[in-house]
Design a protein around this ligand. Structure first.
Ligand SMILES: NC(=O)c1ccc[n+]([C@@H]2O[C@H](COP(=O)([O-])OP(=O)(O)OC[C@H]3O[C@@H](n4cnc5c(N)ncnc54)[C@H](OP(=O)(O)O)[C@@H]3O)[C@@H](O)[C@H]2O)c1
Ligand SMILES: C[C@@H]1O[C@H](OP(=O)(O)OP(=O)(O)OC[C@H]2O[C@@H](n3cnc4c(=O)[nH]c(N)nc43)[C@H](O)[C@@H]2O)[C@@H](O)[C@H](O)[C@@H]1O
Length: 334
């Protein structure tokens, strides 16, 4: 691996792909390739074949997928199963056919059984039934993990799978129906804060209205009792670069912080960061999903990598990014 290694980052404009691109550039890699979905639809086997035989990358990092939160996964099972299998299978198969030396596949912690012991170890894969709200996406990701494992076994190629926990950070998806919980909470609490009110009835003292009313209530999904682990996306990008520059002994590695909290605790942390003062309403008609999916991150730690950015700092940096990009933040419509 050197600065001229030709690295194709599939999904290079996404939250994860763009973070990986920034991390690689910062480390001096100058031969990076990216294609938007309009330029190269990875669901098309013919287009992917043509791309690989033309570009012949040395390394492929797969950060392209149809991605969404619990509601999107639950409402669009076919797309989350089929499109993700098409994308990853084309990338993996044509990487093999074009003799790509290293392939890094990104899965998700939802590949593990719903009621597996916590924290989740890599060997728990396929030992029990999946969470129903995202089993479609999980089955697609599991086939990607197994395809890379088969290539390691049969062809001896350095194809590995990283299983990140829930990710968040700059360039996240802030669409309130398709996003994950953390960006959704940032936007909901921010938009519920009452703007300074200037009218003949009210005078504005500083930047706060002085009618002493609270901010608007915020409605969140489920019960607030499930637990989730959150990894700042720049930490994940750092883990991907680490995996690129090191030869791992195995095919599957969890990537996370090893720390989780309840959705209610997350809401209170984000409410405080955003400065919202008002009621939180829990909409029990929305699904809770997996009760917990804390990852055992000891395998990556033994390989030499550990997360650095804590949740409080990560949320502050994400909110700052949201404030600076309110005009252009991404809303991925499913
Ligand atoms: N976000 C999380 O919490 C999380 C957690 C664990 C794992 N992951 C994994 O991390 C990876 C990236 O996730 P993300 O959060 O960065 O998602 P994202 O922001 O939605 O980015 C997804 C990327 O995939 C590309 N893409 C989607 N369909 C495509 C198609 N048919 N052809 C070509 N490109 C296509 C998009 O390209 P365009 O922008 O050009 O349309 C986009 O850049 C995925 O593999 C996901 O499973 C994410
Ligand atoms: C990493 C991703 O994890 C995903 O599961 P998962 O963490 O439940 O996905 P999230 O959508 O992040 O939901 C996490 C928890 O937050 C609750 N929640 C509360 N308020 C909200 C809200 O306003 N928006 C959202 N989105 N959730 C909210 C939600 O009910 C669930 O219990 C999988 O569906 C994906 O496929 C992927 O694996």
């Amino acid at each position: 691996m050197n600065s001229n290694t030709k690295i194709y980052i599939a999904g290079h404009r996404g939250m994860v792909g763009s973070a990986i691109w920034r991390a690689l550039e910062a480390k001096g890699y100058s031969n990076l390739i990216g294609k938007t979905s309009a330029e190269l639809d990875l669901r098309s086997q013919e287009a992917v074949a043509d791309f690989f035989f033309t570009e012949k990358p040395d390394v492929v990092i797969d950060a392209a997928a149809r991605v969404g939160g619990i509601l999107a996964n639950n409402n669009y099972p076919y797309q989350f199963l089929m499109e993700n299998m098409q994308i990853q299978n084309n990338l993996i198969d044509y990487s093999l056919k074009a003799d790509v030396q290293k392939f890094i596949f990104l899965g998700s912690s939802c590949i593990y059984p719903k009621m597996a012991p916590q924290p989740l170890k890599e060997e728990y894969l396929l030992t029990g039934p999946l969470e129903t709200t995202n089993e479609w996406y999980a089955i697609a990701k599991i086939t990607g993990v197994k395809a890379c494992e088969a290539i390691r076994k049969q062809f001896g190629k350095d194809y590995i799978s990283l299983m990140p926990t829930n990710l968040y950070g700059p360039h996240d998806n802030f669409d309130l129906t398709s996003s994950h919980v953390l960006p959704a909470m940032i936007r909901k609490f921010h938009e519920a804060k009452q703007l300074p009110v200037v009218s003949d009835q009210l005078s504005v003292v500083g930047d706060k209205k002085n009618d002493f009313s609270e901010d608007l209530p915020v409605t969140l999904w489920g019960s607030g009792t499930p637990m989730r682990e959150f990894l700042f996306v720049e930490d994940l990008a750092d883990a991907v670069v680490f995996a690129l520059e090191n030869k791992f002994q195995d095919n599957l590695y969890n990537v996370g912080t090893g720390i989780d909290l309840t959705i209610k605790e997350l809401a209170e942390l984000i409410q405080k960061t955003v400065g919202h003062t008002g009621e939180i309403v829990w909409d029990s008609s929305k699904p809770d999903g997996t009760p917990r999916k804390l990852m055992d991150v000891s395998k990556m730690e033994q390989a030499g990598w550990k997360a650095k950015v804590g949740l409080v700092e990560g949320i502050q940096r994400t909110y700052q990014w949201f404030l600076e990009n309110q005009e252009s933040f991404k809303e991925v419509k499913i």
